[in-house]
Design a protein around this ligand. Sequence first.
Ligand SMILES: Nc1ncnc2c1ncn2[C@@H]1O[C@H](COP(=O)(O)OP(=O)(O)O)[C@@H](O)[C@H]1O
Ligand code: SF4
Ligand SMILES: [Mg+2]
Length: 356
Amino acid sequence: MSLLEVEGLVKHFPVKGGLFGGTSGHVRAVDGLDFEVAEGETLALVGESGCGKSTVGRLVLRLIEPTAGKVRFEGDDLLALSPEEMRARRRRMQVIFQDPYASLNPRMTVGAMLGEPLFLHGLASDQAARRKRVGELLELVGLRPEHARRYPHEFSGGQRQRLAIARALAVEPKLIIADEPVSALDVSIQAQVINLMESLQQRFGLAYVFISHDLAVVKHIADRIAVMYLGKIVETATTDELFRNPRHPYTRALLSAVPLPDPTAQRERALLEGDIPSALAPPPGCRFHTRCRFARESCRRDVPALDDDGTGHATACPWWPEFPPAPLVAGAAGRAEDRLRLDRLQAAFVRQTEAT
Ligand SMILES: Nc1ncnc2c1ncn2[C@@H]1O[C@H](COP(=O)(O)OP(=O)(O)O)[C@@H](O)[C@H]1O
Ligand code: SF4
Ligand SMILES: [Mg+2]
């Protein structure tokens, strides 16, 4: 059984407008999503801004209600739970946002902020036990027990994200939804926070849904990646497989934007032209056809299914076998050389971490 199972998830936001203030249309933010997350696993949701990633996170946490679809957590249908039952589940599902400052109460000391969930969920018997646990939580995320007396503004951006992680850990969750958790941080700090998340995952068997617009960030932490475009998953595979054999033209375009440390490395020319179309009126047929360099007539009409080839690599484009190999896969330099480039990219990331 998967820890989290999402089936046919849809969220359409009504848009008010028109002369009489009625509903003039719907933003199709999430439009039929299926995915699963196993215990201890990291699934990355990747795609450009506006493709629906944060909406998926909010739906899974049941901060908003879906238009259609199912969310099962530890086998239970979350949408069928009573408010009390949902409260109990919520403890096992935590969230970390891009801007930790916005989610930390500026008038609360760190000790009070971390102590609160312990108190509310009865996780520490008295004040002394609470203080001890707060100290442990701070040490878990690389801070010091004496930091409990400080206020959020006394910390750097990276430290504040560590505080947000500590607060999520306080209630001993199984799943953390991390919505662009490092996107506001400097690159060197990004690597530190990601490494922290990885070590906490190993230690506590946490699962992550890691939301990011940046494939390079996700490469380091994700077991599997789901690439989203305009409310739909267009490709999903293990991280290694997706980087080695990207199939969907959109994934290929995103990968071509991943910076390579070697300046002589060949890159696929920019494939992504034009803006992402409005989610109010997504293009018919394949939603990517307005920006796809491989588009053909039928793409304007036929909606491609997300087809799994039996190995867990699924692609929402029937034409991918006909495309020339993506240069990162087997360009002029060959596969071994490409592997090397990806390794270097990853090595650069790890070096930054070790340097700090
Ligand atoms: N509460 C809302 N009301 C109307 N539209 C929304 C609302 N929340 C998000 N959207 C729209 O849904 C789409 C997906 O947004 P979002 O999930 O935030 O994307 P992402 O996190 O990938 O940037 C966007 O077009 C956004 O404008
Ligand atoms: S279905 Fe057509 S438009 Fe869509 S990604 Fe494939 S080739 Fe491009
Ligand atoms: Mg978002």
